[in-house]
Design a protein around this ligand. Structure first.
Ligand code: HGY
Ligand code: MN
Ligand code: MN
Length: 423
């Protein structure tokens, strides 16, 4: 082995795991998960913790207008665009300790290992913490990375409200004010390449006893809302023939959707949210509002399923009015071959068992792939469980993912090839 120090040799499993477990206390739930939704008090406290970690390691903090945080270690050539790595710290309401947060903790660990190895890189390296990836409170998610990549405007995001009617515009100032030592910077600062470490959120790596997934892309998604409008009336007196029962109509639509849209087992069709009005036993429902989340790797087929969804909503409303609209749509993306090759090479050099794989879950890396060469590093999670408080991972797997990350960041940090897509 060359006597050249590798950053991966300085990745510290205990330090990484300790940070991971401490971050998990911010919004921790009684069932061992986290509820740390975007712009919540818990997330704002966690943002301050990241500022402490950044100061400990000697990084410089930046923040943009949507509240994305960036923690930078300068390179020897300030003219070069940074290599970025990171993920999100917001969670689902019944989320797990690792979804998103691992990518942020691994990013800090990888940069600290590069520093501990005494490696000076030509490029700056930055930890990126993207705001509101999950979209559980303010939908649709991916707000931070989409604002950064210019996919969606801040003006479109600010009016979005949560279930209590609080808007992003209302909630954002507290988050922006919580990290006064972070220097403001504009959206879309140049980035040379982006890497995101994340738990797989599926069962493949564990089943195949692989430690790292070299992620080659992310499947497409269509996110929709459907509103079924009926008429409130007395449950005991209203003649059946005169009823406009929103639950009855919505039930027909939902049954039809689950039958027709799931024709191809590769399709992932989910109705995760359903609000009923007035939602009381003795009143015929006047409104059912529900979410639709459809995913598939084949973008043409995915679009066909979205169109068919809209047709089913129009056809099965019966006497109720039905409106169906899209709130987010992305086709499948495929990561840059040079980036996936760099991840693969690092796995080989470290003798880390790996496999190439496609991501069924959405990630901020999708948006970054629109503006720079991008790849992801998956590590296993227990039984593939995620978006669930039982989500779990092992210190060793998190360490091995961070080792691969540290060595790929080192390689990219010294890559002065400037004819890649730079923002
Ligand atoms: O929905 C997703 O795939 C991501 O975990 N928010
Ligand atoms: Mn995630
Ligand atoms: Mn998630």
């Amino acid at each position: 082995m060359s006597d050249k120090k590798r950053a991966s040799d300085f990745v510290d499993e205990e330090r990484l795991w300790a940070r991971q477990m401490y971050l998990a206390t911010f919004g921790e739930t009684s069932k061992g998960g986290v509820n740390r939704q975007a712009l919540s008090a818990e997330e704002i406290e966690a943002r301050k913790l990241l500022m402490d970690w950044s100061a400990e390691i000697g990084l410089t903090a930046f923040i943009d207008d949507i509240g994305n945080l960036f923690f930078r270690r300068d390179g020897t050539d300030p003219a070069l665009a940074p290599v970025m790595t990171g993920s999100h710290i917001d969670s689902q309401p019944t989320g797990g300790k690792f979804d998103g947060s691992y990518g942020v903790v691994a990013a800090f660990e990888a940069i600290q290992a590069i520093i501990d190895a005494g490696l000076e890189l030509k490029r700056p390296v930055e930890v990126a913490v993207w705001l509101n990836e999950e979209g559980s409170r303010f939908a649709p998610g991916m707000m931070g990375s989409e604002a950064y990549a210019g996919v969606r405007s801040l003006d479109d995001m600010l009016p979005v409200t949560d279930r209590e009617g609080v808007s992003v515009k209302d909630a954002l100032p507290a988050a922006l004010a919580a990290t006064p030592d972070a220097t403001h910077r504009e959206f879309g600062c140049p980035v040379f390449a982006f890497l995101e470490a994340h738990i797989e959120q599926g069962p493949v790596l564990e089943a195949e006893e692989k430690v790292v997934g070299v992620v080659t892309g992310i499947q497409g998604v269509r996110r929709m809302r459907v509103r079924v409008t009926g008429e409130e009336a007395h449950a005991g007196t209203t003649p059946t023939a005169e009823r406009k029962d929103a639950i009855q109509a919505a039930s027909k639509i939902v049954t039809e959707l689950y039958e027709q849209i799931n024709e191809d087992p590769q399709t992932k069709f989910t109705i995760g949210m359903m609000n009923i009005t007035p939602n009381v036993p003795s009143v015929i429902s006047s409104e059912v509002l529900f979410s639709i989340d459809i995913r598939h790797e084949n973008s043409e087929y995915l679009e066909k399923m979205a169109v068919r969804t809209e047709a089913i909503c129009a056809e099965f409303g019966d006497v109720c009015k039905v409106e169906a609209w899209r709130i987010a749509e992305s086709d499948s993306v495929y990561f840059d071959d040079r980036m996936t090759a760099a991840v693969e090479e690092a796995c080989v050099a470290l003798k880390t068992p790996y496999r190439r794989m496609f991501s069924a879950a959405g990630h901020d890396a999708r948006q970054l792939s629109y503006i720079c060469p991008t790849a992801m590093i998956f590590v296993p999670c227990e039984k593939g469980i995620s978006h669930n408080e039982a989500e779990n991972a092992t210190p060793g797997d998190l360490r091995d993912g961070a080792k691969v990350l540290a060595d790929v960041l080192t390689k990219l940090g010294n890559d002065t090839d400037t004819n890649t897509k730079e923002v």
